[in-house]
Design a protein around this ligand. Structure first.
Ligand SMILES: Cc1cc2nc3c(=O)[nH]c(=O)nc-3n(C[C@H](O)[C@H](O)[C@H](O)COP(=O)(O)OP(=O)(O)OC[C@H]3O[C@@H](n4cnc5c(N)ncnc54)[C@H](O)[C@@H]3O)c2cc1C
Length: 271
């Protein structure tokens, strides 16, 4: 089984800063990490390869430094890593990103057919959860989103059964391969990489592909291929926290009840 796992490097901060001119994230001076959902997707991919046989190829579209996120996934047990990096990719919205990724996966699949593509449920910076479904649509793969468990894969029959998280419960779905899955955080806890795997990950050559390598149409890439117009981005206002009843003097419960009755009385008086 050949599994491609799409990963994204994201800023390691909850305090994202926005460039007011371009309405894009300021990434300079902020540490980068592999998107936590994608580490789980990489762990899920490696577990699948271990259980059913096969190999995992990790892929990312990003600047040259995104290589370190690929190495994190190689250390988990992925066998190959591909960095899609080209100035033509810069400024991509989710449409252009998914076009670029799907073009690369088509190329990978023409050399070694792909059975499964795994993505994280969402990236913690952009947060749209659109990229996975966009890639599946362009590849013509079945898409299974919000997957919390893979029940079974029958590679011979080309069938996968998964559990999806849906509002108010869970849904068990059977689908034909090839399929694209987006993976929930609770799927697995990424393993600690062993020393030999860390060394292999550091030494392994990473393929770098540009626009010409994936046969992409230039007008569908980067800013040119991005119809999204960002009007404004802002951090939500922080509202004042609730009241704190300090238990130090042993009065917390009484103080809380006094406040409650006070409010109730105020409501009663207002009627
Ligand atoms: C007008 C515009 C300009 C932008 N310019 C830039 C820019 O210059 N630089 C920049 O970094 N971002 C830019 N962005 C943000 C960029 O479009 C998104 O980061 C990207 O499309 C992914 O969307 P997301 O972060 O919401 O990921 P989601 O859709 O939430 O991600 C879901 C999953 O898709 C996969 N995935 C997402 N992105 C990638 C990737 N790059 N490689 C591999 N797998 C991936 C991962 O598995 C991830 O867990 C821009 C956005 C807009 C609207």
């Amino acid at each position: 089984m050949h599994i491609v796992c799409c990963i994204k490097q994201v800023p390691d901060t909850a305090q994202v800063k926005i460039d007011p001119e371009t309405n894009t994230l300021i990434r300079y001076g902020v540490e980068s990490i592999c998107n936590p959902y994608d580490l789980v997707a990489a762990e899920a991919s490696v577990q699948l390869a271990e259980k059913y046989g096969g190999k995992v190829t990790v892929i990312t579209m990003g600047p040259p430094q995104a290589e370190s996120a690929l190495r994190d996934c190689l250390a988990l047990g992925a066998r190959e890593a591909i960095l899609l990096s080209d100035r033509a990719f810069a400024g991509a919205d989710t449409l252009a990103t998914s076009y670029c990724l799907s073009s690369a996966i088509s190329k990978i699949s023409s050399a070694e057919p792909v059975d499964l593509v795994l993505c994280g449920k969402q990236a913690i910076d952009g947060d749209t959860a659109q990229t996975g479904p966009g890639v599946a649509t362009r590849l013509g793969y079945n898409q299974l989103t919000y997957v919390s468990r893979i029940e079974n894969v029958d590679v011979g029959e080309g069938i996968i059964v998964v559990t999806r998280e849906v509002e108010g419960g869970a849904q068990v779905v059977e689908s034909q391969l090839p399929a694209l899955l987006t993976i929930e955080l609770q799927y697995a806890r990424p393993r600690y990489a062993s020393l030999p795997e860390l060394v292999r990950a550091l030494r392994q050559e990473i393929l770098v592909w540009g626009a010409a390598d994936i046969g992409a149409q230039p007008f569908r890439l980067g800013l040119k291929g991005s119809p999204t117009m960002v009007k404004e981005i802002f951090a939500p206002k922080v509202h004042r926290g609730g009241l704190v009843f300090d238990s130090a003097g042993g009065q917390a419960v009484e103080d809380f009840l006094d406040k409650l009755f006070e409010k109730e009385q105020a409501l009663f008086n207002a009627e």
